[in-house]
Design a binder for this molecule. Sequence first.
Ligand code: BT5
Length: 258
Amino acid sequence: MENSLSPAAITSNLETHFVGQRVIYYPSVVSTMVVAKQEAQQGAVEGTVVIADEQTAGRGRLRRVWLSPKGNIALSVILYPSVAYLPSLVMLASLAVIHSIEAVTGLKSQVKWPNDVLINGKKVCGVLVESVVRGDIVDYAIIGIGVNVNLRPYDFSEIQTTATSLSDELGRDVSHLNVIRCLLIELERLYLALPAGDSIYQEWRNSLVTLGRRVQVKSGKTIYKGVAESVARDGSLLLRHPDGSLSKIVAGDVTLRD
Ligand code: BT5
């Protein structure tokens, strides 16, 4: 199974208008987010993809570490959306991952609010959206996606019990080129569908493993407990407390309690 990429292999006959038509590839890089940010600041064409076989300092939210050794997908996509669409980017990225995993492997996955994709309760993908906004103008937005394709979580003590990979789930290696190409097509399709209405929000909400479950949410230094009742259109979580009150949580980490 090929584990090294080439821009030509990614872009060749890729059925997109702009996402992935320009690819910047590294065998190894600190983080594709760092390069994508530099590119965006220099006005890179929309849909530019920065991709690497491995990242030496891949990152998650809040400066957490994202492990992305060779065999995984680590990519960042540069977009220039209008400000109204910013909350939808994490939704469409998660859905693009779910669709691509199913198309290439047949595996079903779900979203754990706000930015994880899970298979059988274990994390197979993390999404990171970073943007720079001035007033109502988005300078740029970058969607970062890390997918465990042919990783063996057992080899990494930090994620041994919490993570999975496509190869672990299937019992065989998976072509990460197929997953990447499918992902780029899906990202563009869903991005272009944003002006048409809120179907992405609806599908994202229906993909959430979290809703209706008793959860604990850590947001900053606060820990909330309750039932994850719904999600708002801006992506925030609506949590019903035992006393009947409702909290709207913009960002946090969810632990399922049942
Ligand atoms: C995320 O953060 O899940 C977002 C990850 C985004 C990674 C992509 S790869 C391409 C681009 N370049 C980057 O540098 N980043 C983006 P968060 O929700 O904060 O989750 C981080 C947590 O996930 C860590 O604290 C670990 O517990 C766990 N983790 C780390 N590596 C993992 C992996 N490979 N698989 C599953 N879980 C992992």
